[in-house]
Design a protein. Structure first.
Length: 446
């Protein structure tokens, strides 16, 4: 192995690819996970939580896009926080982002397994999840353009199916069902439900991690983010409202396959249409699973390239121009999580990482506005400083609520950060300066 700076990720992605990656990363959140919020807040309580989180994401994405277009770096929040706050800022943001994406991947794998189990009860949830893990690691190794083209196709199919779902169930919607037991846990349930509302949008920020592979990033990244967010807001409220009015929502609040279960209430579980719908439903989960592997591998790659992870993980394949060892390493983390956690636990850890990363990103935005006033900003946050202030306020409230309602998982999350910090200091990484304006160190070629 030799160090040479010439080998770079290929700039091949266009706005349609970014829309597909943005929506594809998130769209599994419309298929499962969010319904767990009903169990702790009721339908109306969760609706309020979702409105609050939607406001957070609208203000966050418009602010985050300023960072992404100003510093188009595969490290995303890690790069922004390093530039704004130095090595320790980069460490915290990088750790949070890794937890966000690396734990979202096995959560979606669990849901894939659950959907298959719904269709074919003899198929093991765990083993099918492991199978999907291996297959999509291979697909992502083959090349980012090929992966992005796959994302466009599979995301269009996933969006089409959700529209079909709303069309099928809407005639059977009853407001009395939706308003039955609307807030069984009172106002406190809203706070408990916040992380599950985040699941509707979690990972849209992953577009930042392919910034080095985008054609004309300063013009095309805002298009990808804004079109993706608009699509997701529409789907979020449509799916949540219609599903809650089909039957007693409590029957769906603890399932990993709420949409097929809702369809089966109308058509019957044995109906061929129910099975077809559940089969098509795999597209949405596959779209997110594929996108999560893509985004998480770029985060591993960027942090390894900067020396925060073993540098061998920054190797770029000569043949495919993809960070193959970073992809494999992320897959290894997913394997471990699949064997040791549950869907609910993995979702909470992933959301905790995401919320922490959002807070670090908004702090970075404020600092960079002061520290680097002349930095080229092709896209600026509208209504600054109100938008980033709203985003950071809601994010902080959400993180506090998550710590209160998930204390043991919070200890695990922060213990991991503490261990990372100890290793970081003991190896002297906190004293190193990264190379180049965009902190890009030489890439290892194999």
């Amino acid at each position: 192995m030799v160090n040479v700076p010439a080998e770079q990720l290929k700039r091949v992605l266009k706005p349609v690819h970014l829309w597909a990656i943005a929506v594809g990363l998130v769209i599994s959140g419309e298929y499962f996970g969010w319904n767990l919020g009903w169990a702790v807040s009721g339908t109306v309580g969760f609706l309020i939580a979702t409105l609050v989180i939607t406001l957070m994401y609208v203000t966050f994405i418009f602010s985050y896009t300023e960072l992404t277009t100003s510093i188009p770096h595969a490290g995303g929040a890690f790069a922004y926080a390093y530039r704004a706050m130095g090595p320790f800022g980069g460490l915290v943001a990088g750790y949070a982002t890794l937890v966000d994406f690396l734990f979202a991947t096995p959560a979606i794998a669990f849901a894939l397994g659950a959907y298959l189990h719904f269709l074919y009860p003899d198929i093991s949830v765990l083993y099918s999840a492991l199978f999907f893990n291996v297959v999509f690691i291979g697909i992502n190794v083959l090349g980012v353009k090929e992966s992005a083209a796959f994302s466009v196709l599979i995301t269009i199919l996933a969006v089409a199916e959700l529209l079909l779902f709303m069309g099928v169930v809407s005639p059977h919607f009853k407001m009395s069902n939706f308003l039955s037991h609307p807030m069984p846990f009172g106002w406190t349930g809203i706070f408990a439900a916040l992380p599950y509302a985040v699941w509707f949008y979690l990972a849209i920020e992953g577009v930042a991690m392919v910034a080095e592979e985008v054609k004309e990033p300063k013009r095309n990244i805002p298009k990808g983010y804004i079109s993706g967010l608009a699509t997701l807001v529409f789907l979020t409220f449509g799916i949540m409202l219609f599903t809650g009015g089909i039957t007693d929502w409590r029957k769906l609040s603890n399932l990993d396959y709420p949409l097929p279960a809702a369809i089966s209430v109308i058509l019957g579980k044995a109906s061929s249409l129910t099975k077809i719908f559940a089969s098509i439903g795999l597209f949405g989960l596959i779209a997110s699973f594929h996108g999560m592997i893509l985004a998480s591998s770029r985060q591993v790659f960027a942090m390894a390239r900067s020396g925060y992870l073993p540098r061998s993980l920054s190797a770029v394949s000569h043949r495919f121009k993809t960070p193959h060892w970073a992809i494999v390493a992320g897959g290894g983390v997913s394997f471990i999580a699949l064997f040791t956690g549950t869907t609910n636990q993995v979702i909470v850890l992933s959301v905790m990482g995401a919320i922490s990363m959002y807070i670090m990103s908004m702090i970075s935005l404020f600092i960079l506005r002061v520290k680097e006033p002349t930095l080229e900003r092709p896209f600026t946050s509208p209504f600054y400083p109100a938008f980033p202030a709203i985003a950071i306020t809601i994010s902080t409230i959400t993180l506090i609520a998550m710590i209160y309602y998930n204390f043991i998982l919070s200890l695990i999350f922060f213990a991991g950060l503490a261990i990372a910090a100890i290793i970081f200091v003991s190896t002297g990484k906190h004293k190193e300066k990264l190379l180049g304006d965009n902190m890009i160190s030489p890439i290892i070629i194999e």
